[in-house]
Design a protein around this ligand. Structure first.
Ligand SMILES: *Cc1c(COP(=O)(O)O)cnc(C)c1O
Length: 377
C-alpha cells in the first residue's frame, strides 16, 4: 500500500518545461526570471515590492536586518511555529521571547500580546519588532495586533510561510496592510514551490532597497548610491550582506507554479471542508473552517496526549504520514527560556496534522477518513 505523505509538491509538465528552458538559456542565475517572479508575486498579493531570496528563512533574516534589528533589541514571535521564525531574530543578535497563542486559532493571542506589552512597557523591556505567524494558513488577527503594536511603536513582520494564497479582510495575505514586511516560503510543502526559495514583500522603497542589499553581499551597483566612482566596472559594498540570491532555475519553477496557485488553494479548501464534514462526529476538536485560509495544514486536536500518540501510531501503521505542528519553539532545549506559554503547550500535547495537499486523491482521502473513523476512540 502506497504511503500517503502529510504534504507534497504538485509538479506538472509545464513546471518541468519552465525549468528546462532556463537550463538551456544563457543565465542560470541573475537573468530575467527572478525579476519576473518578483513582479508576478507582487502583483498577486498587491504589494509594491518583492525581494526573492534563497529560502523563507533568508526572507525573515533580511527582513530583520532591514529593520536594523541587532544586539540589545528584543523580538517577539509565536511559539507555535517552525523554528525559523525565531531563529531569524537570533541571527541578528537580538533576544527572542514568545507571546502565547489563542487556543482556537493557534495564532498569536491578542489578549496575551496586550498583557505582555503592558508589562514590558512597565519594566522597560518592549520589543523592537513582532514576527507574526499565520499558522496553518489562516491569518492572525492583524488589525488588532497592528493597533497594539502601533501604540508601542513596534514594527511587524508577517511570517506568511503558510499563507500565500490566503486572505484577510478581503485582501491577499502579503499586501502588507498591517505590517512593514511579509515573508513567504516556497519550500515544497508550502502552497507553491520553487524547490527552495522565499520572498519578502513590502510597500516601503527604503526597506526594499535594504533587503536587496542584504541578499547580495551588501553590494550596490547603483551609481547614485555610491561613495566613490572609479569607473564603469566599479561596484560598492555598503553593509555586510549574504549570498541569499534565488537562482533563475528556482524562479522559473516559481513563476510556473504561481499560475496554478488559485487552483491549488481551491483544492485545499475543498479538502478541508471534506475533512470537516467527515470528522464532525468524532471526539476531536476540528480547526475553525474559513475559506480565507490557504489551508497549509489541517490540524486536529485529540482530547488527550495519550490518545494522540495512539492515533499517531494507528495512522502511521496504515501508511498515513501524520505530523505534529509544532513543538513549541519556546520549549526547544536550545531556546528553553522558561517562557510562560501554557496554551502553546496544551496545543502541542493534542495537535495532529492530517495529510493535506492539492493532489491528495479521493482514494487517499477515503483511506484517511476510514482509518480515523475506525480508530478505537
Ligand atoms: C517553512 C517555514 C519557514 C521557513 O521557510 P524555508 O523556506 O523552509 O526557509 C518559516 N516559517 C514558517 C512558519 C514555516 O513554515
Amino acid at each position: 500500500m502506497k504511503r500517503i505523505p502529510y504534504s507534497r509538491q504538485c509538479i506538472d509538465q509545464d513546471d518541468i518545461d519552465a525549468v528546462v528552458e532556463v537550463l538551456k538559456s544563457d543565465f542560470l542565475t541573475q537573468g530575467s526570471k527572478v525579476p519576473e517572479f518578483e513582479a508576478a508575486v507582487t502583483q498577486y498579493v498587491g504589494a509594491k515590492y518583492g525581494i526573492a531570496v534563497s529560502s523563507g528563512t533568508a526572507a525573515l533574516h533580511v527582513a530583520c536586518l532591514a529593520l536594523e534589528i541587532g544586539p540589545g533589541d528584543r523580538v517577539w514571535t509565536s511559539p507555535i511555529s517552525f523554528v525559523a521564525s525565531a531563529n531569524a531574530a537570533l541571527y541578528c543578535g537580538a533576544e527572542v521571547d514568545f507571546v502565547d497563542i489563542d487556543p482556537d486559532t493557534f495564532n498569536m493571542s491578542v489578549s496575551c500580546l496586550a498583557a505582555k506589552l503592558y508589562e514590558a512597557a512597565r519594566v522597560g523591556t518592549l520589543p523592537k519588532a513582532l514576527i507574526v505567524v499565520h499558522m496553518a494558513g489562516a491569518s492572525a488577527d492583524m488589525q488588532q495586533i497592528a493597533a497594539l503594536a502601533a501604540s508601542y511603536d513596534i514594527a511587524i513582520i508577517e511570517d506568511a510561510a503558510h499563507a500565500l494564497g490566503g486572505h484577510y479582510q478581503g485582501r491577499p495575505v502579503g499586501c502588507c496592510q498591517y505590517s512593514v514586511i511579509t515573508c513567504f516560503s516556497f519550500h515544497p510543502v508550502k502552497s507553491i514551490t520553487s524547490g527552495e526559495g522565499g520572498m519578502a514583500m513590502t510597500n516601503c522603497p527604503q526597506l526594499a532597497e535594504r533587503m536587496q542589499l542584504f541578499r547580495s553581499h551588501g553590494i550596490t551597483r547603483d551609481r547614485q548610491k555610491m561613495n566613490r566612482d572609479d569607473g564603469p566596472w566599479y561596484y560598492e559594498q555598503q553593509v555586510l550582506g549574504f549570498n541569499y540570491r534565488m537562482s533563475d532555475i528556482h524562479a522559473a519553477l516559481g513563476i510556473s507554479q504561481l499560475r496554478k496557485l488559485d487552483g491549488f488553494i481551491s483544492k485545499r479548501i475543498a479538502l478541508a471542508s471534506q475533512y470537516r464534514d467527515a470528522l464532525v462526529d468524532l471526539p476531536l476538536c476540528l480547526p475553525v473552517f474559513s475559506a480565507d485560509s490557504a489551508w497549509h495544514l489541517y490540524v486536529i486536536r485529540v482530547k488527550s496526549a495519550t490518545r494522540r500518540e495512539l492515533l499517531y501510531q494507528h495512522l502511521k501503521r496504515q501508511g498515513i504520514d501524520v505530523n505534529v505542528h509544532y513543538i513549541p519553539v519556546a520549549v526547544q532545549p536550545f531556546y528553553a527560556i522558561g517562557a510562560d506559554v501554557p496554551n502553546a503547550e496544551n496545543h502541542y500535547s493534542a495537535a495532529l496534522s492530517l495529510p493535506l495537499f492539492a493532489e491528495l486523491s479521493d482514494d487517499a482521502m477515503e483511506r484517511i477518513i476510514g482509518c480515523l473513523t475506525r480508530f478505537d476512540w
